[in-house]
Design a protein around this ligand. Structure first.
Ligand SMILES: [Zn+2]
Length: 168
């Protein structure tokens, strides 16, 4: 009997949380993430827009999802937040599916704002593997924000997280 060649190990998929229903799915590396649909709700796994993050949705998108997450902490009364909103929105389409974009309304989600010790808005927090990799406060123009995102993404890929962030 001839020896069988070792079987190819299964390609590890990347766990992605659905931005609509929070269902988890494993996406093969070769899959076209931008065209992939959620098996639970049928919606797109990447919409090109920031999702509204709440305490109830937090664990799915920070602990289970393997997609780095950038959160914009904002409030309706905050002028600089409104100035930055279209910039954040446009970069979501640019950085997906490498980064998931989310917004936390700090008035509606006081628990999350307190958990992150948000003292000024807008504040951006970049999270990967349950850890906060980078944080910055104050509104930014597109060029600065893009540069910050690339730096945070590279830190996330190096595993150089600075502060643990367990689920609240
Ligand atoms: Zn879904």
């Amino acid at each position: 009997m001839n020896a069988q060649p070792p079987s190819t190990p299964p390609v590890p998929g990347r766990t992605v949380a659905c931005p609509t229903c929070d269902g988890l799915t494993s996406l093969a590396p070769e899959a076209d993430a931008k065209a992939a649909a959620c098996p639970s709700c049928g919606g797109p796994l990447f919409t090109g827009h920031p999702m509204a993050l709440t305490a109830a949705r937090f664990t799915a998108h920070t602990a289970h999802s393997q997609v780095p997450l950038v959160i914009d902490f904002w409030a309706d009364w905050c002028g600089p937040c409104k100035t930055m909103a279209p910039v954040f929105e446009s970069l979501a389409a640019e950085f997906e599916p490498h980064v998931r974009f989310a917004k936390v309304d700090t008035d509606a989600e006081r628990q999350l704002a307190e958990y992150f010790r948000i003292s000024t808005i807008p504040t951006l927090s970049f999270i990967h593997n349950r850890r906060e990799v980078a944080r910055v406060a104050g509104a930014m123009f597109a060029g600065d924000l893009r540069r910050w995102l690339y730096e945070a993404l590279s830190k996330a890929q190096d595993g150089a997280a600075v502060e643990p962030r367990d689920a609240p």
